[in-house]
Design a protein around this ligand. Structure first.
Ligand code: HEM
Length: 352
């Protein structure tokens, strides 16, 4: 626009203040169409031909003074209210300026406010390749986002970068302890010498006998039999070591006798009779061993008058029967007929 056309305008601007628009839009309109607006704002068909609301006119004339430009801007107005701050609106503005390269110089100012209103959207930076201001203004927003993310996801890289500088030595880190564990002070030498804390045991120095469980309350001790004083296994060993002690029983020959099943059954420990039992074909008098039996008298009497081999092996097969009851051996178990035919235990004594 030649500056000569601007000369007569100032005095007529006051009279052409018809459109109820803002000052900025008014200046823009005046700069584009000074002659027409001053004289024909109310009578010229151009103003009424567009039939565009008076509010929209000033902003439309920023691009160009021709009607096609007004239509493009009108289209942009229709697209504008839908999403005025979205990137597509800026894209349309950029595309609208592309078919009119001659007016590109006039289109530059409008896009400038757009990136200011949309700093976080990264899309305009990619689409607005025409203007250098957009490309320079848009990259900064992504940077603040990437910096904290990179610091959180890759703290080791930041540490390694600090190590490359050589200011600080590498700090020992415990990955299992996590961020809280790294804040803990390192264990002292004295703490390493301490015993680890235990929940159940009160102290490692306390004698274990003091915390022995009571014998009568525990369920596992129900089968335990408390031996009377003087009836320990050692007392039994001392008793059996003396050959003068007759542990086989009274009224028996010094030699082994033949014992029939009926005889064995008769020696049941009742009515003054000794308690006999058989084990692996041999008959033992268990009467003297009853108070020494760790399992109690009752358990031992379960095999009286019969063979105790099965019960014995079910409970404590590791016990050496013969070593304990060797001095209590009475004889051998024989059949009923065999015992009668033998005529007693004299033959066994002869065999020895
Ligand atoms: C009717 C046959 C017998 C029965 C039912 C019987 C039963 C038992 C029971 C219940 C116990 C306690 C086990 C425990 O505390 O965990 C025991 C211990 C014992 N019994 Fe017998 N018993 C029998 C015969 C014998 C015989 C004939 C002898 C000896 C030759 C014997 C020697 C012992 C010994 C040495 C223990 C202690 C074992 C240990 O503490 O490891 N028992 N018995």
């Amino acid at each position: 626009h030649p500056p000569a056309t601007w000369a007569p305008q100032p005095p007529s601007e006051k009279t052409s203040a018809k459109p109820p628009t803002t000052g900025s839009t008014r200046d823009a309109v005046e700069s584009l169409e000074p002659d027409v607006l001053v004289e024909d704002t109310q009578s010229t068909p151009k103003a009424s031909a567009t039939n565009v609301p008076s509010i929209e006119i000033p902003s439309l004339h920023l691009d160009n003074e021709t009607k096609p430009v007004a239509q493009n801007d009108h289209q942009s107005r229709h697209n504008g209210p839908i999403d005025p701050l979205s990137p597509p609106s800026t894209a349309t503005a950029a595309t609208s300026s592309q078919p009119k390269p001659s007016n590109g110089s006039l289109m530059l100012p409008p896009p400038l406010p757009v990136p200011q209103l949309l700093p976080p959207s990264p899309q305009p930076s990619a689409t607005a390749s025409t203007t250098s201001s957009k490309t320079t203004s848009m990259p900064p927003p992504p940077l603040p986002r990437l910096r904290p993310i990179a610091a959180q996801q890759q703290p080791q890289q930041s540490l390694s970068s600090s190590l490359t500088s050589g200011r600080y030595p590498p700090r020992p880190t415990n990955p299992a302890a996590g961020p809280a564990g790294s804040l803990r002070p390192p264990p002292s030498a004295a703490s390493s010498l301490r015993a680890p804390p235990s929940r159940s045991s009160p102290s490692s120095l306390a004698p274990t006998k003091l915390i022995a469980k009571p014998l009568s309350s525990s369920a596992s001790n129900k089968n335990k039999h408390i031996l009377q004083p003087g009836y320990s296994p050692l007392d039994w060993a001392a008793l059996t070591s003396n050959p003068n002690n007759n542990l086989r029983g009274k009224n028996l020959p010094p030699t082994l006798i033949r014992v029939t099943p009926s005889m064995l059954k008769a020696q049941n420990g009742r009515k003054g009779a000794d308690a006999w039992t058989s084990y692996q074909g041999k008959v033992y008098n268990i009467t003297p061993y009853l108070p020494f039996h760790p399992g109690g008298k009752g358990e031992l009497l379960r095999g009286v008058g019969k063979d105790s081999g099965q019960l014995f092996m079910e409970i404590h097969p590791w016990v050496n029967w013969d070593a304990i009851l060797g001095e209590c051996l009475v004889g051998i178990l024989v059949a009923e007929t065999e015992a009668e035919s033998s005529g007693g235990g004299n033959e066994l004594d002869a065999m020895d």
